[in-house]
Design a binder for this molecule. Structure first.
Ligand SMILES: C[S@@+](CC[C@H](N)C(=O)[O-])C[C@H]1O[C@@H](n2cnc3c(N)ncnc32)[C@H](O)[C@@H]1O
Length: 358
């Protein structure tokens, strides 16, 4: 199987390279409005935003910034197929402007925009970033009543374009190959995720990744994009990230054998992305082995504590719980080539040698 991954270094408020209704799934994390690290970027897009900050008018800046993001959401609406899913990773912001401390509810603004553009909202996910800081409450003091709650979660807002679900050819082989395990379903489709970080931490601690550039990118964990892709798309689908950053969504699409398209203002991120895909094959093998080994462990426990599973996988040796899982198939990257920010990958069936008996 072949997949193609394109990156365009330009503003995603105009995605003229893409046909209308050509994208199956969007996964993105925009710069968070009212988080200081993005003030300059938003101010460069619109002078009025700069003025609002200079005048310490937080509410005006907040509204104007969301108007900039809306330009991208309008383009997303155009390029997404009917029934296609849009996942937006967003955090609210707390900030003192002048003497006024307040919350800027980004997730409310974005939800309102998507509803206005004809999307239906689906149940969203809250996820917690792993944090070990013992000092996170310092500064808020221990006296009532003027301490503030600390924000420790982010949202993954999930929307469907239009009123009708995406239509897939009945009995589509690709769809059945794209199945996830029963036990994964129970975990992935929970509205609270507190296990993000595993895959991405491994990736991000590599010494080849320049820290400063990564900090400026505010990348989300690879595991987050990987999970969403596997929940809401099938093999061969096209995944769009209009705020591409260091290309985490494309990387996740690559290891999931989906196509991807990214838009990003800062072309310097391409070098970081190229560094990231140097380890693509190994990353793909690690992710697949981790999933399949975890499944084998789960099956052994299930056998012991519940009963013998009824079904057996058609592509691997292990049992599965439901009939829908029997054609589940993972791919690994065989080779890849690059030409002017276009990456072409070949994928082959992933062969699994379990380290555990079942
Ligand atoms: C929060 S970061 C995305 C990080 C990304 N998810 C990752 O894992 O690296 C947001 C990115 O959007 C880019 N950006 C902001 N506005 C944009 C626009 N209108 N068009 C394209 N890229 C934009 C910024 O340069 C920044 O790299």
């Amino acid at each position: 199987m072949e997949t193609i991954h394109n990156v365009f270094f330009k503003n995603s408020s105009d995605m003229c390279e893409l046909n209308s209704e050509s994208v199956d799934l969007m996964i993105t994390s925009p710069p968070y409005p009212m988080i200081e690290m993005w003030d300059l970027l938003f101010s460069s897009l619109n002078d009025e935003i700069k003025e609002a900050f200079e005048e310490k008018d937080g509410k005006r800046a907040f509204n104007l910034i969301h108007k900039e993001l809306d330009k991208v959401w309008i383009e997303v609406t155009r390029v997404l197929k009917p029934g296609g899913i849009a996942c937006v990773n967003i955090g609210d912001a707390t900030r003192t402007i002048g003497k006024n401390f307040q919350l800027f509810p980004n997730h409310v603004k974005i939800t309102t925009s998507f509803l206005n553009y004809g999307f239906n909202e689906l149940p969203s996910i809250l996820w917690r970033k792993p944090t070990n800081s013992p000092n996170k409450f310092l500064g808020s003091g221990v006296l009532p009543p003027n301490a503030y709650v600390t924000l420790e979660h982010e949202y993954i807002l999930i929307f469907r374009k239009g009123d009708v679900k995406r239509v897939i050819v009945p009995k589509s082989e690709k769809r059945y190959n794209s199945a996830f395990f029963w036990e994964e379903r129970n975990k992935w489709f929970s509205d609270i995720w507190d296990d993000m970080g595993g895959i991405s931490q491994k990736l991000h601690t590599k010494s080849t990744t320049p820290n400063k550039l990564r900090e400026r990118s505010a990348a989300f964990p690879l595991g987050l994009a990987y999970r969403l892709i596997n929940m809401f798309s099938i093999y061969g689908d096209v995944i769009l990230d209009p705020f591409w950053g260091t290309g985490t969504t494309s990387l996740a699409a690559m290891v999931s054998a989906r196509n991807s398209i990214g838009y990003e203002l800062k072309s310097e991120f391409i070098d970081l992305f190229k560094k990231r895909i140097e380890e693509l094959k190994q990353l793909n093998t690690d992710i697949n082995n981790k999933r399949l080994n975890r499944h084998v462990k789960f099956i052994n426990k299930y056998k012991k504590e519940v009963k013998d599973p009824k079904y057996k996988s058609n592509h691997y040796e292990f049992p599965v719980i439901t009939k829908q899982e029997i054609n589940l198939l993972l791919y690994s990257v065989k080779n890849h080539c690059e030409n002017r920010n276009k990456f072409i990958l070949n994928h082959e069936k992933f062969l699994f040698n379990s380290r555990i008996d079942y």
